[in-house]
Design a protein around this ligand. Structure first.
Ligand SMILES: [Cu+2]
Length: 323
């Protein structure tokens, strides 16, 4: 029996009070079911089928999941869970906080920087941020076809202007996400994810989303994902890392965990951030990492799993279908 089915394995879902959690639905043996889910849903999953155009990111799905504060309250003060999944992050404002940037275009093909500020309900730039996962600001860039993932920790000037150093961007429409927690003011302690789009001029070539798969490879590592995620519901997700057919047991902490898992939804690039519930005990994590998955919308999600071995950061990507 999975420990995820026990309420006692969760702590407060501070990032996602808006999502319904139907715990009773969580099925025993979920870890074995991904293959079935993929077989049933993989070929029809989500895509609108276009392969030539470069769609903008502003259109697309809205969550149909109703708000349910009681569900999050019910999960109250339960240990073992650092974060639930983040919300969708598709707006540049939430709770009076706003992500502002003059950068509406950035050049392609070379290193560049995205500058932004977060303003609070009083309209002034926020400069006091709480440390979350060892950083005061987590920043993500993703192109509208869910390629080009970058996860960056920007630096802040004294006036609250952040600068995120970006690796080379390809032409197209991009979404920039800022994930942070105000350390003071009305939003103190709230985990917020805000985003803005920008254009990288040039001839854009849309890359079709790879089909859902149970495993992927990165830098010689094989990453396998098992789980049966359903939109808006809490489900366990187990990620296993192996190399040359052998389980990997030398994962090093990265941002305070053994793996950092970010997901983006096909079509609208909605964002989700999942953390392992696995305890961190030195440089010998793995091979299995348990995540709490609560992806807000159905369809295909591109997952980016970042993990560290021997001082090197690896990023594995795979497509997960959420029913
Ligand atoms: Cu980060």
């Amino acid at each position: 029996m999975s420990r995820f089915l026990s309420r006692s394995s969760f702590r407060s879902p501070i990032r996602s009070p808006r999502f319904t959690t139907r715990r009773g639905f969580a099925a025993a043996g979920a870890a074995a079911a991904l293959t079935l889910v993929l077989a049933a849903c993989g070929s029809s999953g989500g895509s609108s089928g276009d392969s030539s155009s470069m769609p903008g990111m502003d259109h697309g799905a809205k969550s149909s999941v109703p708000a349910s504060p009681s569900a999050s309250q019910a999960m109250g003060d339960m240990p073992g869970m650092d974060h639930m999944s983040t919300g969708e992050g598709l707006s540049d404002t939430e709770d009076g906080y706003r992500l502002s940037s003059k950068d509406t275009t950035l050049p392609s093909g070379r290193r560049t920087a995205y500058r932004f500020t977060v303003t609070g309900p009083d309209g002034k730039p926020v400069t006091d941020f709480a440390v979350d996962q060892t950083k005061r600001m987590h920043f993500y860039a993703i192109r509208s076809d869910l390629t080009g993932f970058q996860h960056i920790h920007p630096t802040m000037a004294a006036d609250g202007t952040w600068s995120a150093g970006l690796a080379s961007l390809t032409p197209g429409s991009w979404r920039m996400f800022a994930s942070f927690t105000p350390a003071a003011g009305p939003g103190k302690g709230k985990d917020l994810v805000l985003s803005r789009t920008l254009t990288v001029p040039g001839g854009a070539t849309r890359t079709p989303l790879p089909a859902p798969a149970g495993s992927t490879r990165a830098d010689g590592y094989t990453v396998t994902v098992k789980g049966e995620p359903m939109a808006g519901m809490a489900h366990p997700l187990t990620v296993s890392v192996s190399k040359d057919g052998k389980p990997v047991t030398d994962l090093q902490p990265y941002l305070g965990t053994y793996a950092h898992l970010t997901g983006f939804h096909e079509g609208d690039a909605a964002f989700a951030h999942l953390h392992p519930t696995t305890e961190v005990t030195g440089d010998h994590g793995g091979p299995d990492l348990n995540f709490h998955a609560e992806l807000p919308t159905s369809g295909n999600w591109r997952l980016f799993l970042q993990f560290r071995t021997g001082g090197t950061l690896h990023t594995a990507a795979l497509t997960l279908h959420v029913g």
